[in-house]
Design a protein around this ligand. Sequence first.
Ligand code: NAD
Length: 268
Amino acid sequence: MTRIAIVGVAGRMGRTLVNAVQQDTEASLAGGIVEPGSSLVGVDLGELAGQGRLGVAAVDDPARIADDIDVLIDFTAPRVTLDNLAFCATHGKRMVIGTTGLSEAELAELDGYRERVPMVFAPNMSVGVNLTLQLLQTAARALGDEGYDIEVIESHHRHKVDAPSGTALKMGEVMADVLERPLKEYGVFERVGQCGPRTDKEIGFATLRAGDIVGEHTVMFATEGERVEITHKASSRMTFAKGAVRAARWVAGQSAGRYDMQDVLGLD
Ligand code: NAD
């Protein structure tokens, strides 16, 4: 049984994760962490997630439950996640990280823990998206250098704070790797005004933010005469939460290192 604590348990993903852990027969809910000083400290996690009393109360510091947990699942914000990695390094815990929007400096800081903390870090935990990443590599290999323009279009709910989504960037990165077109050089993240015609090798990104969209991504490969589109649509956060719990069970048996969902799902 993998004992899991959820950081950001009051958030959209946090509450969904409470349900996902409860549904998993090989995982148990050992704790939930809310923001320091939050009025939710002491509140029952089941009541927080709208599924009745579970007998586990929210705390505002993971150190208070250190002896009870094996893995922290963290879907919060970059700084919070990095502080929790330091906690895991000190206390010998493992971590599943779903947080997106890390800057380059923050990514380097996260990477610095790979020798000390077994961690799964993935901008998208759904099985479908991770399969889609493989399909994109195949499509990029076949079409990318044959005159097909590549554009990534993503849509999310109005509350999302980072753009483009971590998933869109990951999709861009796997294609950039195949085509040897680093996104720093070939990624186009904004087109406005007299921006001129499209160049052949650029990989374009477009972002929509509206309503309650859970997450949709389309990658378009377009040339004269035809267009191939590969689309993934998430209709419930449960798909990410179930993937995160699966990752937690998997990482519980791993030594220190930075892993992704391709490793968890054995898709490599
Ligand atoms: P949210 O704003 O609903 O939840 C974030 C929660 O973190 C909030 O409840 C906030 O109170 C809490 N928090 C902030 N500081 C904290 C601290 N110090 N300790 C404990 N909790 C703290 O956001 P969300 O929609 O749940 O998304 C959270 C993150 O997960 C975002 O970066 C988002 O992009 C990412 N996300 C990733 C995936 C994936 O599959 N990897 C899927 C969905 C969302």
